[in-house]
Design a protein around this ligand. Structure first.
Ligand SMILES: Cc1ncc(COP(=O)(O)O)c(C=O)c1O
Length: 396
């Protein structure tokens, strides 16, 4: 490939974005710059750096070349003009909401959002005078329209919901929000920005918990916020530095390294996730499998229309005859599926979570919690054997 021909395919871009070997002795990966203090030789240089502090080296909290390299790669992945690296996925959510909302305004949030998103909104946003209400992720256009108020400035989406996997109609929601003068924030962590392109579907701000697929190895705390809107970018950057969020350069480096293998990892997570989901769907112990690529998942047709693939995270619901003791026997004995929060690493996980205690706009239609699974990179037949033994333990 000649030097100035731009690589076109997403997999190629994932291997090249954010790299500049020529500026670094030919070394493939960017160095890890640790910095708080940055010095300037003249007053003029100091003032010039201050003017360009959002995208040049100025002070550690604003970022170093390692931060900028990670931000460039995530912006390229999601198709955005700007990215701001932050220290966690929840920081990405909190900063975006804080940047776009003021006291007296209203945020409309999907009821299936990652639960700490709702917690942040119900505590911090409310404390600063923002009103918050929720909508059913599968609500038709007219119902969402009816929930919009004159002071609604943000509609928050998450597709699919990371516990119950409803796939929202993002273009429809974006049209309604924009008509009312509100911005759309999307938690795009499930697709990793690889299987869903937020800005081609009307999203204004996309956030990712980079702790999941971007880092991919369960070892770094990191988040990312992307946008195409210059004004929003400035607000987000002002909020990030103003609140004092600084992102560790080692974590940015790990995020960037994880992204180099994102495409093949996701292919494998997808293949294994689907194999497990289909195997589980045929088991007599299971009431339902909530996986966007299976036809019974709420929003499956939207997933088919808007997404180019599925990652490895989905849920199952057991039949009503199993109680807490049965579930504990199943989960306590798992050999390959570990029990733990987060997901997106190379390892398989399983975790119980109860939507009945979280949903406020609709009634969760099962008498059971979900068991959420993350299909890791282990051999899928070994994972099936682990699940087979687990389901057997349900009956004692
Ligand atoms: C969908 C989703 N968004 C955001 C987050 C928050 O990410 P972090 O743990 O990096 O703060 C999580 C974490 O599990 C998540 O699942």
């Amino acid at each position: 490939m000649s030097k100035d021909s731009k690589p076109k395919h997403p997999d190629t871009r994932l291997t090249t974005a954010g790299r500049d070997p020529e500026a670094n002795f030919g070394i493939i990966n960017p160095p890890v710059y640790h910095a708080s203090t940055v010095t300037f030789p003249t007053v003029a240089a100091l003032h010039d750096a201050e003017k360009h502090r959002f995208d040049r080296v100025y002070y550690g909290r604003y970022g170093t070349p390692t931060t900028f390299a990670f931000e460039e790669a995530v912006a390229d992945l999601e198709g955005a003009a700007h990215c701001v690296a932050v220290p966690s996925g929840l920081a990405a959510i909190a900063i975006s909401l804080s940047a776009l909302l003021h006291g007296g305004e209203h945020a409309l949030i999907t009821d299936n959002a990652y639960f700490p998103t709702a917690k942040f909104a119900n505590t911090f946003l409310k404390k600063f005078g923002v009103t918050v209400s929720y909508y059913d992720p599968m609500a038709p256009a007219a119902d969402i329209q009816a929930l919009i108020r004159p002071e609604t400035k943000v509609v928050f989406t998450e597709a699919p919901g990371s516990m119950t996997f409803e796939v929202q109609d993002i273009p429809m929601i974006a049209d309604i929000a924009h008509e009312a003068g509100a911005k759309v924030i999307m938690d795009n962590t499930w697709s990793a920005g690889h299987f869903f392109k937020p800005f081609a579907h009307g999203v204004d701000v996309s956030i990712q918990a980079a702790t999941k697929y971007l880092v991919g190895h369960s070892d770094a705390m990191l988040g990312a916020i992307t946008t195409n809107d210059e004004d929003i970018y400035n607000h987000i950057k002002i909020t990030q530095v103003g609140l004092g969020y600084a992102t560790g350069p080692d974590d940015c480096y790990l995020g960037l390294r994880g992204m180099r293998s994102l495409a093949p990892r996701l292919e494998r997570h997808q293949a294994t996730g689907l194999k497990l989901a289909e195997w589980l769907a045929a088991r007599p112990e299971i009431a339902t499998v909530l996986h966007p690529a299976l036809p019974n998942c709420p929003g499956h047709d939207i997933w088919k229309r808007d997404f180019s693939g599925a990652s490895g995270l989905f849920s199952i619901v057991l039949k009503d005859n199993y109680g807490p003791g049965d579930r504990a026997r199943m989960l306590d004995g798992m050999e390959l599926f570990a029990m733990g929060w987060s997901w997106g690493g190379y390892e398989s996980l399983i975790i119980p979570s109860d939507p009945r205690t979280m949903r406020t706009t609709y009634t969760w239609p099962y008498n059971q919690p979900v068991l959420r699974l993350h299909a890791g990179l282990e051999d899928s037949d070994d994972l099936i054997e682990d699940l087979r033994a687990g389901l057997k333990r349900l009956s004692g």
